[in-house]
Design a protein around this ligand. Sequence first.
Ligand code: ELE
Ligand code: SF4
Length: 600
Amino acid sequence: MSLHATIDRVTDRIRNRSHSSRDAYLKKIARAAEEGPRRAHLSCGNQAHVYAAMPDKEDFVATRKPNIGIVTAYNDMLSAHQPYERYPDLIRKAGHAAGATVQVAGGVPAMCDGVTQGRAGMELSLFSRDVIALAAGVALSHDCFDAALYLGVCDKIVPGLVMAAGTFGHIPAVFLPAGPMPSGLPNDEKSKVRQQFASGEVGRDVLMAAEMASYHSPGTCTFYGTANSNQMLMEFMGMHLPGSSFVNPNTPLREALTIAGVERAAAITKLGNDYLPAGEVLDEKAFVNGMVGLMSTGGSTNLVMHIPAMAKAAGILIDIEDFHDISEAVPLMARVYPNGLADVNHFHAAGGIGYMIGQLLEAGLLHPDVKTINGTGLDGYTAEPKLDGARIRWDAGAKDTLNDKILRPASEPFAKTGGLKQLEGNLGRGVIKVSAVAPERHIIEAKARVFSDQEQVKLAFKNGEFTEDTIVVVRFQGPRANGMPELHSLTPMLAVLQDRGLKVALVTDGRMSGASGKVPAAIHISPEASVGGPLARVRDGDVIRLDAVMGVIENLTDTFADRKPVPFDGSDNAEGMGREMFAVFRAVAGPATEGAGVVV
Ligand SMILES: O=C(O)C(=O)C[C@H](O)[C@H](O)COP(=O)(O)O
Ligand code: SF4
């Protein structure tokens, strides 16, 4: 099947937009690679420090064995990252068996958005992505690695690691996932209990029991939020091994996949014959393939910010119009919570990413001719890993969906488009994801209630102030205001108002979680209110029209245009919980529509 015209056009548009930056980038990584094996240029003193603690220092000194650096986001805080505790030992063993030496190059921080959701810490969350990129850069700056293994799963961690892998694009990179926790209380039942708690029907004890039954063991949370969207992205972009995203942690298959990933890293260094620098995998076609994966699975809106930031690190410029156009051409093939009742374990069992890639390749909606760490084109990603003793055998993946309530063919999708829309109008530019929003709620015209933070919304809800259709405007939530926290903790209340028959929508320069879903939310509105953007001129009672069908976000009040913006008072967000250390990030962060980058 020939390539779909839209995919071809958008790829060309990105290539043309990025021509000079990508050209300069490729020259930069070629220069870096010219210096040959990394450690050849370290002085004796430098080298002695590198291998002082290495048990196999002779190998390092006397041979040309590739030295593999691990950049790990292990901590006990994130259930998704806790399985990484054992990875370095497993990787060392596999590396030695593959003829390489292995060192942990360094650690990076990882924030759990589930722990910080609705709290001050969430104001550091988006910036932690760039902190992760910086920390990974410090690890790789020892300049003695011939390949890097990146251990990270969750929301800002994979994007930050990819930003580093792109910056150090001369070093081959393999991402090693840890996998989702086994299914617990279904996500929709958890959300129902949250709404019952929000409306006072159940007590905190019932809520706690539901939460603990939903999040119950090591592994990624099972909803299709940003963390699991990241896993999908790495697979569609060829940075993971095929079929590796959603294999549960601490299982023989997971262990065998980790070993196979280490072997691939050892095989693609410049010391061998299959040198594959990360910068050549992270190209325009790979990012377009990742965007197709995002749309066809109904993935997290946070990737609409992270993908441009990751791409920029590889000299590639991506705009929200690219997401919009790809979304218009790509069918929604998966229904995974919050877009459905299934979780990622069910999705994987129904055929998973391999089935989707096969379908989308057949439909001409993916670039087949890409470089991947698997050593194949994207057709290699329709294969499925099976245990063959302690090794991996690659079998042909599912040709048919095993559950058409979760996964459908590209020719008979759940929806003809990916459900992510670009919004434009006199309130600025932003996005809305409607794949989980009922069609009758795609257009809302109502009076505005304006708030400056989510706590004010919660208080107004508690005081019963929402009695009519309402556009809830929460402004001063952009990256330069307070670090652009997720406003996901508003979801249960807004869903209660919807269930009471009101038409409600959220309009904000902030963002939502990938786990947010059924309430229409116009997010990432730029320019943000704190720099004088249009949201700063909205008043209670203004009539706002949110039209996700035509892609319009408009204030219909005629006096709106002549008003002065309400000034931003950042005193509440300037300190406490470490926010005082991020003033420089707030001062330089880019616009959300370009990825809200600090270091890119
Ligand atoms: O997917 C994302 O972008 C997220 O940030 C998910 C967050 O981790 C949520 O906060 C966890 O979901 P809840 O348990 O509903 O709070
Ligand atoms: S998916 Fe979200 S809530 Fe779950 S461990 Fe990762 S960051 Fe935390």
